[in-house]
Structures are given as C-alpha cells and as structure tokens.
Design a protein around this ligand. Structure first.
Ligand SMILES: Cc1cc2nc3c(=O)[nH]c(=O)nc-3n(C[C@H](O)[C@H](O)[C@H](O)COP(=O)(O)O)c2cc1C
Length: 311
C-alpha cells in the first residue's frame, strides 16, 4: 500500500499587533471616508473589520472649504473638503458613547495647526474610554512656519510626534503625506521621535479644470487625489518605508479588492486602510478579511506577516 501523507490545511490567523494595539484582522476604514463611524450602520458590518479610523478632528469645529469640494477623475477622486469636522469636544459628547458598543477597534484621527494643538488633542483623548489608538494627520499647515505642512518638513513632523507621544500612553500612528521628495526621510524622523507605527499615504495634491465653465473644478483650485489612480504610488512608498524603519507600517491608497490589499501586505504593510472604495460601495471593506484569509489558506500561509516579500 502506498503511504500517502495527509496534508493538514493551515488555519490562517488574521490578527495583528501594532504596538500594544491588537487588531482582529488587518483591514481598517480610512479617516475621512467613514464619517464618525455610525453613518455606515446598516451599510456594512463594522464588527467584521479590524478597526475604523474616525474623520480627522480638530481642537475646535471647522467648516471646511467652500463647494465644489469633490471632482471625479479617471480612476480617482479629488477632494478639497478642508478637514471639516465637529471638533473634539462634540465628538466625545455626541459620537463616542455609541462607538463604544461596536466590536472593532476605534482609532481617532487628529489634526492641528500647531504642535501645541496636537499635544492638547492627544491629552484630551487619552482620558476617554474606548479609544484604542491615535492616528496623527500631519498633512496640515503649520501656522507658525508660514503654513508649510508639518508632514513635508522632517523636523516639524518629529516635533509633532514627540509632543503627541508625551501627551498620551495610547499607541500613536503618524500618517504621512506623499507630497514630498523622499518619504523615507520623514518616516525615519518620526520613527526615531517615538511613533509606534506609520500609515501612508494621504492624498496626492492635484487639480482638474471644468472646461465648460472655464474654471478649476474645485473652488479651492487644488485638492487631494485618492482612489485606484494612486495605488502604484502608494505601494511604492509603502515598500520604501517598510524597508527604512523598524516600526509597523499601515498601507493606504486605492485599495478596493482583496488582491489590492494583498499587494500592500506583500510589500510589508502590517495592515491596510480602505478609503475611496467605501464611498463607491460602502460594504467594500467587509469582504476583504475573507478574501485575504482565502488566499492565505490556498497558499498555506499562517500569519499575515508571512505574506511579506523579502527585500
Ligand atoms: C473625502 C475624503 C476625506 C478625507 N479626510 C481625511 C481626514 O480627515 N484625515 C486624514 O488623515 N485623511 C483623510 N483622507 C485621506 C484618506 O484617509 C486616505 O489616506 C486617502 O484617501 C487614500 O486612500 P484611498 O485611495 O483608499 O482613498 C480623506 C480622503 C477623502 C477621499
């Protein structure tokens, strides 16, 4: 009789750690594309996700830019929302209580116009139950430096990181802007300033012109480009940053399908965020954990980290 060896199928483990933050799977909703979370109730099952990242909050409410604030492009979306939000206090009072009931990790995204504002926001959130990590949007203008975005100046990016780390014991994820010459320089600086993780990319600066009305399509003229059009750039930057720092990296940019997410995980991202895809079809992210699991099972891969390609 032929001695046939039985292969036992692996049972993939999708859970991951980002600093002290443990996520049940590596799929998160990106800031600014899932509102304050509960807007998506009934449109997708938040409990199936690894986590959600709340729309960027500022110290005081902001009304954002005048309309038009959105313009579609081939395979992409331009937005100049201008970081409209209800402000941190209203969020804590009106939105956070409901969010404490969801069975997925809650990450709050913050923005500021000075290092002090970032510090105050992180300190305020640190006292609130239910928040598991803070993501810091550094694509905002530094008022004291004449409006240059913190994220385009490695020293300023490090100062924000340092201040936020001093203000909170929560894991701190620094979200990088791609609108720089060398993204690894900023990544290295924020990592050595104590960031627990890095997420990238935020939107790429772009514009569109409405030829019928002969004016820029956005009232703000420039906006941030997102969606599938930016995926190859985001993937390249994630690959570079993963190989430049020793902290976990979260990949963002144009992810729609499980295959897109797998590309980022193979580039070395520990997790991924889904942004514009949620605006196209709100339940997109829900299918991704199962798609990633199917691939891992079919290829005998036990842990998400084992997906990473060698250098
Ligand atoms: C309408 C819109 C609003 C956004 N608002 C924020 C925000 O408040 N804070 C932030 O850090 N990123 C914000 N982003 C950037 C996304 O989180 C994400 O980094 C970017 O869109 C790239 O991912 P995607 O191609 O999957 O959309 C926003 C993006 C869009 C499209």
């Amino acid at each position: 009789m032929i001695n046939q060896k039985k292969t036992i199928p692996v049972c993939p483990d999708l859970s991951i750690n980002i600093g002290t933050l443990r996520l049940k799977n590596p799929v998160l909703l990106a800031s600014g594309t899932c509102g304050y979370g509960m807007e998506l109730d009934g449109l997708l099952d938040l409990d199936k996700l690894g986590g959600i990242i709340i729309k960027g909050l500022s110290i005081r409410p902001r009304s954002g830019n005048p309309p038009p604030r959105l313009a579609e492009t081939p395979c992409g979306l331009l937005n100049s929302i201008g970081l409209e939000n209800i402000g941190i206090e209203v969020f804590i009072r009106d939105k956070l209580p409901c969010l404490r009931n969801i069975q997925t990790s809650l990450i709050v995204n913050i923005l500021g116009n000075s290092v002090e504002e970032y510090f105050e926001m992180a300190k305020r959130l640190d006292r609130e139950e239910g928040i598991e990590a803070i993501e810091v949007n550094i694509s905002c203008p530094n008022v004291k430096a004449g409006g240059i975005a913190f994220g385009t100046d490695p020293e300023a990016a490090a100062s924000v990181t340092h201040a936020v780390k001093k203000a909170t014991g929560l894991p701190v994820i620094i979200k990088l802007t791609p609108n720089v010459t060398d993204i690894t320089e900023v990544a290295r600086k924020v990592a050595s300033a104590g960031a627990d993780a890095i997420s990238l990319i935020n939107t790429l600066l772009g514009m569109a012109i409405d030829i019928k009305f002969r004016r820029p399509a956005l009232a703000n003229v420039f906006g941030g480009l997102s969606g599938p059009a930016i995926k190859p750039i985001a993937l390249r930057m994630v690959w570079q940053v993963v190989r430049a720092v020793d902290i976990p990296v979260i990949g963002i940019g144009g992810i729609i399908t499980p295959d897109d997410a797998l590309e980022f995980l193979m580039a070395g991202a520990r997790a991924v965020q889904i942004g514009t895809a949620t605006l196209i079809r709100p339940s997109t992210a829900e299918d991704l954990p199962a798609g990633i699991r199917d691939y891992m099972r079919a290829n005998n891969i036990k842990n998400v980290e084992n997906l990473r390609l060698p250098a």
